[in-house]
Design a protein around this ligand. Structure first.
Ligand code: NDP
Length: 594
């Protein structure tokens, strides 16, 4: 039932500003990104792949290659598909998981879905001829699509699954990289493409006592259906007599909570910062509409979405969803004058006020509704769009345990402690997200050794240096597809695709021209950094007002992380820049040897 709690309806601009400030202040912590821990040491078991049969073995591979691609997610697959189309097939793809898919391999939690429209998110739809079943595709469909891409572009023959990089080293005399793996493969290759993922390294909160918990526990990206029962659609019958706790209320929790709510005897949702949850409105694809799309439609639609969510305001909004409505104006933009500043602030406040009013309308209990209201700007955290998350809190078996911005105090053998109260649970789920702003090699899980025995982490000890985010001096022929000094977008696959296109252009040129080495000059790297800094616009200023999260380095950040920044305003800026460079610059900025 709707309630008419008017508590936040009529706050003045000054009161709202103050409220945002207070809520941010509550959450700032001196340990910033160091508050989290990874799946190493005593938490190693969290990293076990629950989706493969144990005991897999294969013969080691020894091979001379043109390219080793690291990562079989969308980045690696798009690069591999592009190379294949360019006639380059002497490559291998090294992938930790048991199949292609990356994010969509790991994230199989019930109700997982992509929050960006499938017609712009799923790459190469025109080439595979695949019609997504819904406007917002669910994870199993996306995972199956990754497998279809693998088959369409004959990538399975190149894959080395369940395999991790043990060592990657530049051989100066041979002008080749020598790659060894956890399965004793020995690969000698001219070029490397590292597509190690964006949100792939899961993290745990640094809460005291996690290791002491005696019940079952896992991270959302390693879902244990053998414990919960059920499948990606929910129906987790084994939870019917269980008390379940979930820590985190980000985009992942928003999707999984409704299914846990339906299945568990009792569900405790431990909240530090509420999510902003707008309307979803999913619907099946109309096959007639899909058939009517003219060749070239997908790239146009992808650009249209990105324009629509970065304030470029295309004449026609092809997507027409809450993303494009809410992000129509880029409220992070540097205003030209005080009037525009006030207008941008008003738009942002209004959008978030809409989100808060939706909570009041949906949540029955006014106290719960109040606790679930997000008090931060619309770009501070990734907004969520969901129609079942908020109603789940009206169920009698669902309990919101708010921590007033402080986070959970402690995990004990039996459960979770907040404000001195222990909540015993049988299953404790961590929806605590992924590393985003930690060091690049820490996230990769290996440290390439380039010229003169210098590792990438040593070379980048003061922060990353690249040209276009794709090559770094001292690491010849080692291409990277990442957000580090590269591109980023609301539609991750758009940004990954643009970087992958640039990488494959460079790589194909090198192979065609029999180029022995390619790497940027120091001057070009410095220029690129200044170009990136020049794009910051109002984003840094906006982020500084935000409640902590991965988008602003948990409210901290230093020079090193500032240097890791992508082309921050819009992937279209990055794409236009590198496209014009490709057509006019004659490889300026790169040192090339034959
Ligand atoms: P997030 O990093 O967004 O969320 C982590 C959650 O854990 C936050 O709510 C955080 O609170 C909470 N948390 C951390 N430490 C503690 C603590 N000590 N006590 C209590 N709570 C704590 O991770 P997600 O996995 O939800 O999402 C990560 C990203 O993955 C998304 O932003 C999105 O980009 C992507 N994603 C995309 C989807 C899609 O549809 N395309 C779907 C799901 C995820 P706090 O906010 O206070 O830090």
């Amino acid at each position: 039932m709707a309630n008419n709690n008017p508590s936040t309806e009529n706050l003045s601009v000054d009161e709202l500003r103050e409220k945002y400030k207070v809520e941010r202040q509550k959450r700032l912590r001196s340990d910033g990104i160091r508050q989290y821990q990874d799946f190493s040491g005593e938490f190693k078991d969290f990293d076990r792949d629950p989706y493969v049969q144990p005991g897999f073995t294969r013969e080691p591979v020894t091979q001379e290659l043109d390219v080793v691609i690291v990562g079989g997610g969308f980045g690696g697959m798009i690069a591999a598909a592009n190379l294949t189309k360019a006639g380059i097939t002497n490559f291998r793809i090294v992938e930790k998981a048991g199949d292609f898919g990356g994010t969509w391999y790991w994230n199989r939690y019930p109700n997982a879905a992509c929050d960006v429209e499938s017609y712009v998110y799923l790459p190469l739809l025109e080439e595979t001829g695949y019609m997504p079943t819904e406007k917002y595709a669910k994870a199993p469909e996306i995972f199956a699509y990754c497998q279809l891409l693998g088959k369409t572009f004959d990538l399975y023959r190149a894959a080395l699954f369940q395999t991790e990089i043990a060592d990657m080293r530049w051989d100066e005399r041979a002008n080749r990289w020598i790659v060894t793996t956890s399965r004793q493969d020995n690969l000698s290759t001219k070029f490397i493409v590292i597509a190690g993922g964006v949100l792939h390294k899961a993290k745990l909160p640094g809460i005291t006592g996690i290791e002491t918990f005696k019940g079952r526990t896992f991270h959302t990206s390693r879902w244990d259906y053998s414990y919960t029962g059920g499948n990606s659609q929910g129906l987790m019958d084994k939870l019917a007599d269980k008390r379940v706790g979930i820590i985190g209320t980000g985009a992942t929790a928003v999707q999984v909570v409704p299914k846990l709510a339906e299945s568990a005897k009792e569900l405790f949702v431990f909240q530090r910062t509420p999510a902003a949850v707008g309307v979803r409105g999913n619907k099946p694809t109309d096959p007639d509409w899909f058939k009517s799309l003219k060749p070239g439609w997908q790239s146009k639609r992808i650009v249209n979405f990105t324009q629509a969510v970065t304030g470029a305001q295309p004449e026609i909004d092809l997507i027409e969803d809450e993303w494009t409505r809410m992000m129509r104006v880029d409220t992070r933009k540097l205003p030209d004058n005080d009037e525009e500043a006030a207008e941008l602030e008003r738009i942002d406040f209004e959008n978030m006020q809409g989100i808060r009013q939706r909570i009041e309308q949906i949540i029955d209990d006014p106290k719960t509704a109040e606790l679930m209201k997000p008090w931060y700007g619309q770009n501070c955290k990734r907004p969520c769009f969901h129609d079942e998350y908020l109603p789940a809190f009206n169920r009698p078996n669902v309990h919101l345990i708010d921590t007033d911005g402080k986070g959970v105090d402690e995990v004990t053998e039996a459960g979770v402690v907040v404000n001195g109260v222990e909540y015993p649970v049988d299953l404790l789920i961590f929806a605590s997200g992924f590393e985003v702003t930690t060091g690049y090699t820490q996230r990769l899980g290996f440290d390439p050794v380039g010229r003169d025995g210098v590792s990438l982490s040593q070379g980048w000890k003061d922060g990353p240096s690249t040209l276009h985010g794709v090559l770094s001096r001292g690491f010849p022929n080692m291409f990277m597809i990442s957000t580090v000094q590269g591109a980023q977008a609301t539609n991750f696959v758009h940004s990954i695709g643009e970087v992958a296109q640039h990488v494959t252009f460079l790589l194909a040129h090198c192979l065609e021209q029999n180029i022995a080495t390619i790497e940027p000059t120091l001057a070009a790297q410095e220029d690129w950094l200044q170009t990136l800094f020049g794009q910051v616009g109002g984003v840094a200023r906006y982020n500084a007002t935000c409640t902590p999260g991965y988008l602003n380095g948990e409210g901290g950040g230093d020079v090193r992380s500032a240097r890791a920044m992508a082309w921050i305003t819009s992937v279209l800026g990055f794409a236009n820049y590198v496209e014009s460079w490709r057509t006019t610059a004659n490889f300026a900025g790169f040192e090339i040897t034959k």
